[in-house]
Design a protein around this ligand. Structure first.
Ligand code: AMP
Ligand code: ZN
Length: 114
């Protein structure tokens, strides 16, 4: 999608501090980190939200889970603990309409979320 920030990051037209890339997905540091470690992982494919995931994305979604595990190790938060968040829709707090998981860690995270 030409007006999508995250598609712009995938295309390289919007800069990002990338920490991972493969054929299907990229991960990069959040521009406004909410924790000492705050990385976003996104599919290269423009999927508007969690609600728009279809059966053809199931393998991709599983692979993203494996990459999240590896990133947690590499980012040094696997042992201490971390949180994986997807915000979906208005009340879920979604502000970018391209599916993404937040990977947050490096401090004790409160629960429930605000
Ligand atoms: P959400 O509110 O769940 O849709 O998350 C969107 C996230 O994208 C927020 O945490 C923003 O700080 C982050 N964000 C927005 N623009 C950029 C950008 N250009 N590079 C990196 N992160 C961004
Ligand atoms: Zn997009």
């Amino acid at each position: 999608m030409s007006d999508c920030i995250f598609c712009g990051i995938v295309a390289g037209s919007i800069p990002s501090k990338q920490v991972y890339e493969d054929e299907e997905m990229i991960a990069f540091h959040d521009l406004y980190p909410a924790a000492p470690v705050h990385v976003l992982i996104i599919p290269k494919k423009h999927i508007p939200s969690m609600l728009a995931v279809t059966e053809e994305d199931y393998v991709l979604m599983g692979r993203m889970t494996k990459v999240i595990q590896s990133l947690a190790q590499e980012l040094g938060i696997a042992e201490s603990g971390f949180r994986v968040v997807n915000n979906c829709g208005e009340e879920g707090g979604q502000t970018v309409g391209h599916l993404h998981y937040h990977i947050l860690g490096g401090r004790s995270l409160g629960w429930p979320p605000g």
